[in-house]
Design a protein around this ligand. Structure first.
Ligand SMILES: [Zn+2]
Length: 148
């Protein structure tokens, strides 16, 4: 049987189209990438790829992504007393990201209250790992409090 494959750039476009950011099974780092192609060799990889294509056709997200994001939201809620990832993204000034490691950067809301962090690079957060912190040593409590 011929192994299904796709050009890496097309695969990344597919991830963008289906708004996949959290699923480990679809992440490019977990794919079998060789010579500019993503190969789908195992039945699991083929199934994941089919789900991705189907989501793209339907204009939705693959189920695993929806599930993964719900899990992230839940972990996040536990860590931050109900502050959702969406609210953080909305309220943090000058937010950028996520970078390759899943981290967002922005202006720390606690620093901002004191007129600090005008360069907007103290605040870092990674919803997937429930990490939220400030380079200027504001506590998580300070940050979450300033966001409410
Ligand atoms: Zn701060």
């Amino acid at each position: 049987m011929k192994v299904p494959k796709m050009v890496v750039a097309d695969y990344l476009k597919l991830l963008r189209n289906t708004k996949v950011t959290a699923s480990k099974e679809h992440a490019l780092v977990n794919q079998d990438v060789r010579d500019g192609f993503v190969y789908f060799r195992t039945s699991g990889a083929i199934l994941a790829f089919k789900n991705l294509l189907r989501a793209s056709e339907l204009g939705t997200q693959p189920e695993t992504e929806v599930y993964r994001q719900k899990t992230i939201d839940y972990e996040w809620d536990k860590e931050t007393d109900g502050l959702t990832v969406g609210l953080v993204l909305e309220r943090i000034e000058n937010i950028r990201g996520p970078d390759g490691s899943g981290y967002y950067t922005g202006r720390c809301p606690s620093c901002a209250k004191r007129g600090k962090d005008s360069d907007s690079n103290h605040f870092r957060f990674n919803p997937e790992q429930s990490v939220i912190y400030c380079f200027s040593q504001c506590s998580r409590f300070d940050i979450v409090g300033a966001l409410k």
